[in-house]
Design a protein around this ligand. Structure first.
Ligand code: PRT
Ligand code: ZN
Length: 283
């Protein structure tokens, strides 16, 4: 059995539980308590505020956690980053009122900066050799300049919409974050085996997310050329069709390359191109 701490509500909760479901671990959200056990996997879920997750993992109360890298960095506790999970992407940036004539990092010298991330901010200020006053506030940091609590803010930005609607401009992007799987680093052999199984499943889920299955009808004469366009994992599957001189070709492509490949395949006579989502891909 292994215990995993995840955010009980908030931005990372849904994606965390969706990832667990995607790797075949059932979660009963309707009966969500502080602790719940997966019925089909040796995993116990501990639901908590994201701020508490680095702490419970570093103390070993939970062997694993899913939390934003920003929280891990801010708490500075000894936990291992096992895997970046590709959701919850954001950055922590410095922003100033749009009326300010911003001249560069030195502008912050002697200024008051409101933030919930004093440690990450202090590290950046030290690196820049700047002394500023850090005003620690939790929640609604973006209203601090208008309320004259601060001259600038250091806060999480994702789309940037919150800054714009508060008359602020992002001037320095300091820290990039996404959700990460963390571990106490102190696992029993049994727990390590469970984690390895989870990582194997997460990897195949993440790989398959960016891949598409493609099939098409192709003139027999174009098979060699199509094989160059679609390298696939070993080589594309080619099957004869009833129609003389034609075959069916199946392969896997990166989503990023999809439209480019389709254009090239059409140019060599491919027809009836079908593109499908892949549920799981085990390399
Ligand atoms: O209750 P609990 O303490 O668990 O949650 P919380 O309120 O502290 O955190 P929560 O749920 O807001 O965020 C959890 C994690 O999601 C953060 O620690 C980040 O790792 C990640 N994340 C990703 C974000 C955002 N994107 C984000 N946009 N966290 C917060 N925001 C805020 C941002 O500060 C801004 O005020 O959302 C607002 C909208 O952002 P824009 O730029 O899209 O307008
Ligand atoms: Zn929080």
């Amino acid at each position: 059995m292994i215990r995993l701490a995840i955010q009980s509500k908030g931005r990372l909760n849904e994606d965390s539980t969706a990832l667990l479901r995607e790797i075949g671990i059932d979660i009963d959200d309707s009966r969500r308590k502080f602790l719940s056990q997966a019925p089909n996997f040796p995993l116990e879920l501990l639901y908590m505020r994201d701020d508490d997750i680095p702490g419970v993992v570093s103390s070993g109360t939970a062997a694993l956690g899913i939390v934003g890298l920003n929280e891990v960095e801010e708490h500075g506790l000894p936990v291992q980053i096992v895997k970046k999970l590709g959701f919850g992407a954001c950055r922590i940036s410095l922003a100033v009122p749009k009326t300010v004539d911003y001249t560069g990092p030195k502008w912050f010298a002697g200024k008051r900066i409101a933030t919930s991330y004093p440690r990450i901010l202090k590290k950046w200020l030290d690196e820049q050799g700047i002394e500023a006053r850090i005003e620690v506030i939790t929640g609604s940091v973006e209203i601090a300049p208008a309320a004259d609590i601060a001259d600038a803010i250091f806060d999480i930005v994702s789309s940037g919409g919150t800054l714009v609607s508060n008359g602020l401009v992002e001037v320095e992007k300091v820290f990039w974050s996404e959700a990460v799987l963390i571990s106490s680093g102190d696992l029993t052999p049994d727990q390590q085996e469970i984690l390895d199984e989870m990582l194997f499943r997460i990897d195949s889920a993440m790989v398959s997310r960016r891949k598409k299955y493609i099939l098409m009808n192709l003139p027999q004469a174009s098979v060699e050329e199509a094989t160059r366009i679609l390298p696939a994992m070993r080589s594309p599957t080619v099957m004869p069709l009833a129609a003389e001189g034609w075959c069916s070709m199946h392969s896997v492509v990166d989503e990023d390359d999809l439209w480019d490949k389709i254009k090239q395949l059409k140019a060599i006579g491919a027809e009836g191109i079908l593109v499908l989502n892949i549920d799981k891909l085990i390399p």
